[in-house]
Design a protein around this ligand. Structure first.
Ligand code: ZN
Length: 303
């Protein structure tokens, strides 16, 4: 009881002193009303994004590390995944997928379905078969997550590089939308713009290819018109990601940018109209909310 009282006093204290937190907690209440939660997990250099929409759990990529993604998913109360997506078979996206499949027993597995001969990918396909996951390929299908939808864009018919055969998807719920680009470069993006530019428009964008200059340009931003951008990238990585020209371009377009190398895991909450962002390593108030949210998510599973 004493702890609860202390928590309550802390919340009120932080809420009063930090206007953003006050808004999140008291004013707009998205923290407790979010039907859709997206966790861009800090997995170093790589991608791993958890979507919790109502009672459905989807994972897009699993980072490079063997167990990091699986551990982080668990820290947000996930006991089972409904669907896992491997955007493309590079190890910074599928390295952690083995552990994820073993621990969270997903029903469906989706990847580009383009033959690729790496040992890690072959071993992954063996596991998918052994565990009897239902195998899906991108064909412009809509996956229903109760009232939210995950649209899977079709792939170009002639994919010339692994990155340009990335599974691209968009989560939509009422007025809210978030676009996940995998490592798709300009070549694949041109195809997407040609076949379905309306669908690309999204309030939030997961920047392609860890902020590489091959994955973001003005043309794409003019179509997507994002308000905020998330970059999943490792500290001091050898590729120089994110590239400074991409950061500049986002700044010029007044798009608020959040990076996992600076702020750790980034959570986006939405009730379908409003959305809020909480950074693991943000302001004092955000750190506190991050902790509270993690607590809520783990308790909710048992309820
Ligand atoms: Zn990558």
């Amino acid at each position: 009881m004493g702890i609860i009282l202390l928590l309550f006093i802390s919340i009120v204290g932080i809420g009063v002193s930090d206007p953003n937190i006050r808004d999140l907690f008291f004013g707009r209440g998205v923290l407790f009303n979010a039907d859709v939660k997206i966790f861009v997990l800090d997995v170093g250099q790589g991608d791993s994004i958890l979507i919790k929409a109502f009672d459905r759990n989807v994972l897009i990529d699993a980072g490079q590390d063997k167990a990091l993604s699986a551990d982080k998913i668990g820290s947000f109360g996930v006991k089972k995944l409904n669907l896992v997506i491997a955007t493309h078979p590079h190890s910074d996206h599928i390295g952690g997928m083995f552990e994820v499949i073993k621990r969270y027993d997903p029903e469906y597995y989706l990847d580009p379905g383009i033959p690729h001969t790496s040992k890690v990918y072959k071993t992954l396909l063996d596991l998918v078969e052994k565990k009897k996951l239902k195998y899906m390929r991108p064909n412009g299908q809509t996956i229903h997550l109760q009232s939210a939808e995950l649209y899977i864009f079709p792939l170009p018919s002639d994919v010339k590089s692994i990155n340009n055969g990335s599974v691209v998807s968009k989560l939509s719920y009422k007025d809210f939308g978030m676009l996940f680009l995998g490592d798709a470069e300009v070549e694949e993006q041109s195809f997407l713009i040609k076949v379905n530019s309306d669908k690309l428009r999204s309030k939030v964008i997961k920047i392609s290819h860890h902020g590489s200059n091959t994955g973001t340009n003005q043309r794409l931003l003019d179509i997507v018109l994002p308000e905020i951008a998330i970059i999943s990238v490792g500290k001091n990585n050898s590729y120089g990601h994110p590239h400074s020209e991409v950061i500049e371009l986002l700044k010029e377009n007044n798009i608020k940018t959040y990076r996992t190398d600076r702020y750790g895991t980034i959570i986006i909450l939405s009730d379908g109209f409003k959305y809020s962002v909480i950074r693991e390593k943000g302001s004092m108030g955000e750190r506190f909310l991050f902790f509270i949210l993690q607590l809520i998510e783990t308790v909710r599973v048992g309820a």
